[in-house]
Design a binder for this molecule. Structure first.
Ligand code: GLC
Length: 593
């Protein structure tokens, strides 16, 4: 492709986007909870890492029943995280550092503490306030007309029924409301024009604040099938990955799609949002969190007049397996070509066991829902080798790539978190059957010898130096920082950023080197060609992207390096021995000049 047309692509086409989970990135006020000033103070880390944009998971006013994915006020910052001025300061600093900022939008449901839901509870059945949500009368139980049973059999993604019965203002048992997630997350009624108008206003509010885009939470869930038909199967967040590369327009309906996901009506909403974003300059981005299959169905979210990107969860769930990985790459590239949108690549996020830990399990293709001390413990060293190799492979792929905070340090999952610290509603709603997602949400280690591994910044008046920003996040604190909101395992110490920065061969330096080269060689805008060395049945994944040759060994025997190439970047110091690439490793190679 000619350089001129390649460089004309929008920024998000090949962007590397770093997910910040505000609770756990950095704490500026010493209360043990991450906050916006903490993020601002450590944005340099991201600029030095070489990412293009930061995606902030929710920091809005919220009772935190689902770690902020239960929003009580979409235009305010929760006092846990700071103030709206802190957000502006973060945005300003990001701009100075050349980083774009994407925020999370949660349109499927609000918090039960949102003023709309409180109004709905106080109002009568059939009232306009109730019409903003999914209220329905119950079915008959023991007595005709008692409405004692839920309106249908839908189950919450987090376990238990997807309906909760309310007590009417007069004290009698009343209607039921739908919550596909926790009961504190009532689903909105997206057939109601008022809901649509409100969310367009929320988009504008944040666009006016200068955000570069939105990650759209549960983008496939907003519209429910007419009549809310029964659906007995409980839907998990991931159902393995089935793929098809039919053009998006011809994509067949998934026979397994539940009546509350991936309904055609959602697309009309995104066509309207597309228009809102188009009113603003600078190629703003909508990225869909949509666990949809086959991939041709997913591509419908990124048609030219809808969103710009959708997360590639088929890739995330492919695991450490050469055949599955190559198939996912092929199918993802083919599918995104049908809509002329970039593919996205992602290995970890705040809902998934960290990939370094998944790949250290006996079956490195599994996608466990958290790992507890009672379950199989990953091989930490093996997982790290594989995790680094997988990341190196990913950064060479054309398209846009996502990094989940801590990944650049090689952080493992916390797999022995005691139950008393768990906060994920899925742990409680399944009565512990699902371990939940807390293990990937543990506060980051920044320095090895500070309390909390330096998660809390020194505050003015202690040693003074590091906090460039004054914080307004409540509450004010004493000199010693509180312990982090989730305890860190001892093993986090050796992953501290300070121990890795400037250290040749560290995970952090491998990430920095890969992202720098990716940018210089425009790999994100490049073209993947499988190399003659590509042999997935033998565990070898190999492709070229421009002058770069990538070789990854997912098998169990060493692979000879091609003689006419020289090593540019190995996944770690154990990757290459003499002229061979060892198992559980990857390498970037360049032609010998
Ligand atoms: C998305 C989020 C997840 C949240 C859920 C409900 O899947 O990524 O963290 O619990 O939506 O909002």
């Amino acid at each position: 492709m000619p350089i001129a047309s390649a460089s004309a692509k929008p920024w998000w086409y090949d962007a590397v986007i770093y997910q910040v989970y505000p609770r756990s990135y950095s704490d500026a006020n010493g209360d043990g909870m991450g906050d916006l000033p903490g993020i601002t103070a450590r944005l340099d880390h991201l600029a030095e890492l070489g990412v293009d944009a930061v995606w902030l998971s929710p920091f809005y006013r919220s009772p935190q029943a689902d770690a902020g994915y239960d929003v009580a006020d979409y235009r305010q910052v929760d006092p846990l995280f700071g103030t709206i001025d802190d957000f502006d300061a973060l945005r300003t600093r990001a701009r100075e550092l050349g980083l774009r900022v994407i925020v999370d939008l949660v349109p499927n449901h609000t918090s039960d503490q949102h003023v709309w839901f409180q109004e709905a509870l106080a109002a009568a059945p059939g009232s306009p306030a109730r019409e903003r949500y999914m209220f329905r009368p119950g079915l008959d139980g023991k007595v005709k007309g008692d409405g004692a049973l839920p309106p249908n059999d839908w189950q919450s993604i987090f376990g238990g029924p997807a309906w909760t019965r309310v007590v009417e203002p007069d004290g009698t048992p009343g209607e039921w409301y739908l919550h596909i997630f926790a009961s504190q997350q009532p689903d909105l009624n997206w057939h109601n024009p008022e809901v649509r108008t409100e969310f367009e206003a929320i988009l504008r509010f944040w666009l006016d604040k200068g955000v570069d885009g939105f990650r759209v939470d549960v983008a496939h869930g907003l519209i429910k099938a007419d009549g809310l038909p029964n659906w007995s199967a409980k839907v998990a967040m991931v159902e393995g990955s089935k793929t098809e590369t039919a053009p998006a327009e011809e994509a067949p309906e998934s026979p397994e799609a539940p009546p509350y996901f991936d309904q055609d009506g959602v697309h009309e909403i995104y066509r309207e949002w597309h228009k809102v974003l188009a009113e603003y300059d600078g190629d703003r981005l909508l990225v869909a969190e949509a666990w949809v299959e086959p991939v041709a169905r997913l591509m419908r979210y990124v048609r030219h007049n809808e969103m710009q990107q959708a997360f590639n969860f088929g890739y995330l769930t492919a695991g450490w397996d050469a055949l599955r990985l190559s198939k996912s790459i092929d199918e993802s590239l083919a599918a995104s070509a049908t809509v002329e949108r970039p593919t996205t690549w992602v290995l970890s996020n705040h809902d998934s066991v960290r990939h370094t830990s998944r790949f250290g399990l006996k079956d490195p293709t599994t996608y466990p829902r958290g790992i507890s001390a009672q379950e199989e413990q990953p091989d930490e060293a093996l997982g790290l080798h594989r995790g680094r190799a997988a990341s190196l492979l990913m950064f060479a792929l054309p398209g846009s790539a996502y990094i989940y905070q801590g990944e650049e340090l090689g952080l493992p999952e916390h797999t022995t978190l005691p139950a008393e610290f768990r906060q994920d509603p899925s742990f409680f709603r399944t009565k512990g059957k699902e371990t939940g997602r807390d293990g990937c949400r543990v506060p980051l280690p920044w320095s090895p010898d500070e309390p909390g591994y330096g998660f809390s910044l020194p505050t003015p008046g202690t040693d003074g130096a590091a906090t460039a920003t004054t914080t307004t996040a409540a509450p004010a604190q004493s000199a010693a920082p509180a312990t982090p909101w989730l305890p860190q395992p001892e093993t986090f110490r050796k992953y501290a950023a300070q121990l890795q920065s400037g250290v040749v061969g560290s995970t952090l330096e491998m990430y920095r080197a890969a992202l720098k080269a990716r940018q210089e060689w425009a790999l994100g805008k490049g073209i993947l060609v499988w190399s003659p060395l590509h042999a997935p049945t033998a565990g070898v994944v190999s492709f070229t992207n421009g002058k770069l040759l990538v070789l990854a060994n997912l098998g169990s025997t060493a692979v000879e390096l091609p003689a006419e190439f020289t090593v540019f970047l190995p996944s770690d110091s154990a990757a290459v021995s003499g002229t061979v690439l060892n198992p559980n490793a990857a390498v970037w190679l360049l032609p010998k000049s």
